[in-house]
Write a protein that binds this ligand. Structure first.
Ligand code: ZN
Length: 255
């Protein structure tokens, strides 16, 4: 039976998401921004929380762990490099480790840059990846604990996943990201059609997530820093991709 997911908002603009294995009832929360919306989603679905898969240590991804663990005695999986900054950790993981949620099999991809130990969880058979604050739709995370080279390499790892992989990220930032991206690639047809789609979704009160790796490759400037046209757009024709990426990221920080 295919995995099921449930997406819902938490805090101001965070996303919570549940991953459910219908064959045995196991359910993971990807990050735990706060307990109440996760409990509400569990109640609505009738699912039982068995695991929390943490992407990174920030409070808006870990604030609900203690309460949820108390209530559900769930297992908490977290990046080894940040485990000391995350409460209630049971299992630490690093690059290439396998994480199971019931019979669903995920692989850990280390994606440092936003934080130094940030990880993503890739469920290959389910065509799902949970990327936390590394990749957003039409954007990427701020470089709070990493340099452009580190983040660019992390984004390349995600870009290399199959195009039909569905991407769940940690925040609803898409409308603002599209607004910025159009300053870099105003003529990109895929970006322009994504911009229209985002307006439609947002005005209907719907999430713009999940996106796909394939869609992001065509429209997200942060995944396109090695394209000649994008380098030219930021005045770095022939420049190295990482420098183009750093320039786009710096512009977005000030946008
Ligand atoms: Zn974060």
């Amino acid at each position: 039976m295919p995995a099921e997911t449930r997406l819902f908002t938490c805090l101001k603009d965070n996303y919570g998401v549940l991953l459910h294995d219908p064959s045995n009832g196991a359910t993971a929360a990807i990050d735990a921004p706060e307990a109440a919306p996760i409990e509400a989603a569990l109640k609505e679905t009738g699912w039982r929380l068995t695991d929390i898969l943490v992407t990174h240590h920030h409070g808006d991804h870990t604030g609900g762990i203690v309460d949820l663990k108390k209530r559900y005695a769930c297992r908490v999986i977290a990046p080894r490099k940040e485990a000391q900054k995350i409460p209630g950790v049971d299992v630490t993981v690093r690059e290439g480790d396998i994480v199971t949620v019931g019979t669903l099999v995920g692989r850990v991809i280390e994606t440092p840059g936003h934080t130094s130990g940030h990880i993503a969880y890739w469920f290959k058979s389910e065509k799902l990846v949970f990327v936390g604050d590394t990749l957003f739709s039409i954007g990427c995370g701020r470089l709070l604990e990493g340099n452009p080279e580190t983040m660019w390499q992390s984004l390349l790892k995600l870009r290399n996943l199959p195009a039909d992989t569905q991407v769940y990220c940690g925040h609803e930032y898409t409308a603002a990201n599209v607004h910025f991206a159009l300053t870099i690639e105003p003529k990109n047809a895929a970006l322009r059609s994504r911009a229209e789609e985002v307006v439609r979704l947002c005005s209907a009160g719907k999430p713009t997530i999940p996106t796909t790796i394939g869609a992001e490759k065509t429209a997200n400037p942060f995944l396109r820093a090695d394209l000649h046209s994008v380098a030219s757009a930021v005045g770095l024709e022939g420049g190295p991709a990482v420098q183009v990426f750093a320039t786009i990221r710096a512009r977005k920080d000030k946008f």
